[in-house]
Design a protein around this ligand. Structure first.
Ligand SMILES: Cc1ncc(COP(=O)(O)O)c(C=O)c1O
Length: 435
């Protein structure tokens, strides 16, 4: 049956190749400049990714003129879709006034206040250029504050390109002294705290694991980690870089669990590159060089005008509580429909996630920690190639992130496309069932 799966993938890859000759040529030219032809490793898939020419609303168009309904929205960044008119106006206004000052601007205060309204833990906040920077700074802030040098993190967590605790992290990670614990495992967490608690300067936690495949924290687990870290006086950092979009106050509000510090990125720049970290005023005071703070946090683009101004418009005018509720309700409904479909076709697939962000896995029950079953990669490749040929843009790793401009009609036809996929490939999928 492995052969059948490989053959099915090969047939889809051949269809994809036939539809994308220009992208293939552009990919080959790109490989002469960029290793693997890209500058963001997760964008690559075999035989080559299409070159994207433009985006509009809920669609992407490749260099061959193929249109894709975007069900990934830049891995969750583009919550407002592409070319949202209000954001385009805001970006145009920036161009009129110049875009790089090297001076303080009111927009960084406005964006800071917009974030504080959503995330009450943010007594003080600082901006950065990406979620990678923000989560790393949050950790380093806690270490600076406590004077300790060891962190506790969870297996499979991705806190950015330099704190990647899933596959592929290896030597690109910053060499922090680190205790690793399985996600959603209270006993393992307690054992690690008993053994290492005295030397921990930070615990860094997602309320939903991201690149391991949208695996939500058990509410009891999240509350336990918060209670124990508070009792032991270990700063808890919650990484909301991806999950801030899952509710008006992110997942901290939804879970009723607040960090001492938190990291943000993705949606907060309204489509422009951005990161932010902040939390307790006493901890963030390490940056208050007017007083006792001695840490100098630099970054030429930290308060860049595009991210500050367009991000403010996105957070205050476009992403209202109601709009965010609607997109996340739609995501919940889509996940439910897909899981019902998987059950109806008797295939071992399961969609995990929260609200507008989800990921498919091989299995019949929700995963609670980072997956180890190799079949997932094969099933995801088959599904991804199928969806690409049908004109849907999803992640090679099986992730979906809806935007506020994805329509109910697009969602309905996506579900119909999934039913076609299952009708065609159910026997191959059943053969991947974990033993
Ligand atoms: C939870 C989490 N933290 C950090 C990052 C890194 O953010 P960025 O890609 O903006 O550097 C990501 C990106 O996917 C993320 O999902």
């Amino acid at each position: 049956m492995t052969n059948a799966l490989d053959q099915a993938c090969e047939a889809l890859a051949a269809r994809y190749r036939a539809a994308t000759p220009r992208s293939q040529a552009l990919h080959e030219a790109a490989c002469a400049v960029l290793p693997a032809g890209n500058t963001r490793s997760n964008l690559y898939f075999a035989p080559y990714p299409p070159t994207i020419a433009r985006g509009e609303g809920s669609r992407l168009f490749d260099a061959d003129g193929n249109a894709y309904v975007d069900f990934l929205n830049d891995y969750s960044v583009a919550l407002c879709g592409h070319s949202h008119p209000r954001l385009l106006t805001a970006a145009g206004d920036v161009l009129k006034d110049g875009m790089s000052y090297g001076g303080c601007i009111t927009a960084e205060v406005t964006l800071g206040n917009a974030l504080r309204r959503r995330f009450p833990l943010l007594e003080r906040i600082r901006f950065a250029n990406s979620g990678t920077e923000a989560s790393l700074y949050a950790v380093l802030t806690a270490l600076q504050f406590t004077g300790k040098s060891t962190i506790l993190a969870f297996d499979g967590a991705y806190h950015g390109g330099m704190m990647n605790y899933g596959p592929g992290g290896d030597r690109l990670n910053v060499p922090l002294d680190r205790v690793m614990v399985p996600y959603n495992d209270i006993a393992a967490f307690d054992a690690a705290i008993a053994a290492h608690g005295d030397r921990l300067g930070a615990v860094v936690m997602d309320l939903m694991l991201n690149s391991a495949g949208c695996i939500p924290a058990d509410p009891d687990f999240a509350r336990h980690v918060r209670a124990v870290t508070a009792m032991r006086d270990i700063p808890l950092i919650i990484d909301e870089v991806m999950t801030a979009r899952l509710g008006y106050g992110g997942l901290q509000q939804a879970y009723g669990v607040e960090g001492d510090l938190a990291a943000f990125g993705k949606i907060i720049g309204g489509g422009f590159s951005a990161g932010a970290f902040g939390g307790r005023a006493d901890m963030m005071a390490v940056y208050d060089t007017r007083g006792t703070g001695t840490s100098s946090h630099g970054g030429s683009f930290n308060n860049n005008v595009f991210s500050m101004k367009v991000g403010t418009v996105a957070l205050t005018e476009v992403l209202t509580p109601e709009v965010m509720r609607t997109v996340n309700d739609r995501g919940d409904a889509l996940r439910h429909r897909l899981n019902t479909l998987f059950q109806g076709h008797d295939v071992p697939l399961y969609m995990t996630g929260i609200g507008s962000v989800m990921n498919v896995h091989v299995g019949r029950t929700p995963l609670r920690r980072a997956p180890t079953h190799p079949a997932s990669a094969k099933a995801r490749r088959l599904l991804h190639l199928h969806q690409l040929c049908q004109g849907y843009w999803t992640a090679p790793r099986g992730m979906i992130a809806l935007s506020i401009v994805n329509t109910d009609a697009e969602i309905d036809s996506f579900v119909t496309g999934m039913a076609d996929f299952l009708a065609l490939h159910a026997p191959i999928l059943r053969d991947l069932e974990p033993a």
